[in-house]
Design a binder for this molecule. Structure first.
Ligand code: HEC
Ligand code: HEC
Ligand code: HEC
Ligand code: HEC
Ligand code: HEC
Length: 417
């Protein structure tokens, strides 16, 4: 009897502990990513090249005008001022860690990071930063964020110039990894790929782990041929298209990479990655007419869409009458679905891995839908969804969704006059 009582008591206690733990997880959700060495602290600018009077992009622009003009059009230059980021950052409690990728240079931050209160490095020990530069902060992912290391300017050539010391960059893609690979590996997180894990996605997408065939590399300019096994993770190839021009006015003409980094904010870039085929299936027996919409990620090595888990596609196939009114509609969502609390678990992922077509079918029977005159397909890209926009209080000036594809197929009636 006594033993049984003791057993019940122990089980009871364990249950209480478990419930308390889960409740705590609900109110204090887990950190969504692991802070790694690569970005735990801001980049030190203590040994900035003596030849440069300032680290501002405006200063680089003085000599590298076209690079500056391109960079200015990109979200990298708005990584701090971006209104969606600002609202989200405040909503999340203005964590310091966010700054290490969105404004990575120490001078871009009001406070210095001296160390950490916790092992997970989410609670830095801070002190006011006398070198803080408010104008530089507004430049977000500025030139020096990618190009400054140990007092030298990293570049692909290793040119000797009096303008500034230069260090040769072995693999330009490594520049991207620092911020675009956020790890999620911890005992209590079950991400298939961590958030913003473009590189992890590329590595785990079947068919895209192979590098380009050797033949494709020979005969190409030297800088195109990167090390073996890294061919598939060639971010710059797709995100920094080639051009021929000089680096400085009147300088030697070289093959350069345009500083464009297009992504979800640019409909043309997303369209470039997506192939959409909408047609009537030729064999339609038993009076039914069948339509298919096929989506294939033909242009992105990672998933489409990729990036933060807010990004998603919606697909609508609808039946319309002669006035354009919707008679019937089917919709699908292509998204990463994550359970955030009490544990972080990647539930399912319906986005498009590279080269794996997704087919949606839609049937129409004249008997069932006598007034139908057309079938319409619409594919939309969403930067974030409407519920989340409202929850965080983001008053967007730019649309948060746009059309990637929209087309109608008329249902010609058989010889009705
Ligand atoms: C997001 C990272 C990033 C930012 C920001 C950035 N660059 Fe670059 N830049 C690179 C990479 C990567 C390369 C090497 C590309 C290659 O393989 O040729 C490069 C190359 C260059 C080159 C050599 C020419 C070439 O294309 O190879 C110049 C000059 C240059 N950058 C200037 C600038 C200036 C000026 C700014 C700011 C206005 C800037 N960069 C911002 C990543 C960046
Ligand atoms: C006073 C002019 C001047 C300024 C200011 C300047 N550069 Fe340069 N930069 C040069 C010259 C000159 C070259 C060599 C061009 C050549 O020989 O084709 C060069 C080369 C480069 C290269 C290519 C290096 C290589 O060998 O791969 C990069 C990258 C670069 N600069 C980035 C920057 C960045 C980033 C800034 C601002 C922090 C900056 N530069 C500021 C003049 C300047
Ligand atoms: C210092 C950190 C950092 C580095 C290094 C970096 N990025 Fe980014 N990148 C960001 C941040 C932060 C954003 C998002 C800014 C925002 O939307 O607020 C971003 C956004 C992007 C986007 C998305 C554009 C869009 O429309 O949403 C692309 C594409 C991109 N980066 C490509 C690259 C490539 C390629 C490299 C390597 C040459 C690179 N980045 C290096 C921090 C970085
Ligand atoms: C084969 C071409 C290709 C390669 C290689 C590639 N990308 Fe992309 N990337 C695209 C296309 C196309 C899009 C737009 C569609 C999408 O969002 O998937 C895109 C979108 C993005 C975005 C936008 C996400 C957002 O939230 O808006 C980021 C960030 C990005 N890529 C980063 C990278 C990084 C980092 C690498 C290297 C590890 C890389 N990409 C390699 C083609 C490529
Ligand atoms: C390891 C680097 C890194 C850290 C740390 C980081 N970000 Fe980002 N963030 C990125 C990159 C890279 C992108 C753009 C590509 C993408 O969509 O994945 C981005 C994009 C975003 C976007 C989308 C912006 C847009 O215009 O669509 C938001 C919002 C954002 N980050 C918020 C945050 C917040 C809040 C934190 C801190 C809790 C944070 N980030 C920490 C790298 C980082």
């Amino acid at each position: 009897m006594a033993i049984r009582k003791k057993k019940t008591l122990i089980i009871g206690l364990l249950l209480v502990v478990l419930i308390a733990f889960l409740a705590w997880r609900f109110f204090r959700p887990m950190n969504i990513f692991v802070v790694s060495k690569a970005f735990e602290r801001p980049v030190s600018t203590a040994d900035m090249p003596a030849a440069l009077t300032s680290l501002s992009a405006n200063n680089c622009a003085f000599c590298h005008r076209e690079f500056y003009a391109e960079w200015s059009t990109t979200i990298h230059s708005h990584a701090w001022t971006d209104p969606y980021f600002q609202v989200d950052w405040r909503f999340d409690g203005k964590q310091q860690i966010c700054k290490n990728c969105h404004i990575p240079l120490d001078r871009q931050q009001e406070q210095k990071v001296l160390g950490f209160h916790d092992d997970e490095k989410w609670q830095p020990i801070l002190e006011p930063n006398p070198a803080f530069d408010a104008q530089l902060q507004h430049e977000g992912v500025t030139c020096a964020a990618c190009h400054l290391r140990n007092g030298k300017i990293l570049g692909p050539y290793g040119i000797e110039t009096a303008a500034h010391p230069v260090e040769k960059l072995a693999n330009p893609n490594e520049v991207c990894f620092k911020c675009h690979v956020v790890s999620g590996n911890r005992w209590d997180t079950f991400f298939r790929a961590p958030p913003c894990g473009t590189v992890a996605e590329i590595q785990s997408t079947p068919g895209s782990t192979k590098g380009p065939p050797v033949a494709a590399l020979t005969g190409q300019i030297g800088k195109e041929s990167i090390g073996p096994g890294e061919g598939s993770i060639d971010c710059v190839k797709c995100h920094m298209p080639l051009a021929e021009r000089s680096l400085v006015a009147g300088g030697k003409v070289r093959i350069v990479r345009r500083h464009l980094w297009r992504g979800g904010h640019d409909p043309e870039m997303v369209k470039q990655g997506l192939e959409v085929v909408f047609h009537e299936a030729p064999d339609s027996s038993s009076g039914k007419r069948s339509f298919t919409l096929t989506l294939t990620n033909t242009g992105a090595a990672h998933y489409l869409p990729t990036g933060i888990p807010d990004r998603h596609l919606t697909v609508f196939i609808r039946l319309l009458d002669r006035n354009g009114a919707v008679l019937r509609e089917e919709n699908h969502i292509l998204k990463r679905t994550i359970l955030w609390r009490p544990f972080i678990i990647d539930l399912w992922d319906t986005r498009l891995p590279r080269w794996q077509p997704k087919v949606f079918h839609f049937d129409v029977s004249p008997g069932r839908d006598p007034t139908a005159t057309a079938v319409e397909a619409q594919v939309q890209y969403h930067l974030l969804d409407e519920n989340r926009r409202r929850r965080i209080g983001y008053e967007n000036k730019e649309p948060i969704a746009y059309d990637l594809f929209r087309a109608r197929i008329a249902l010609e009636r058989e010889k009705t006059n």
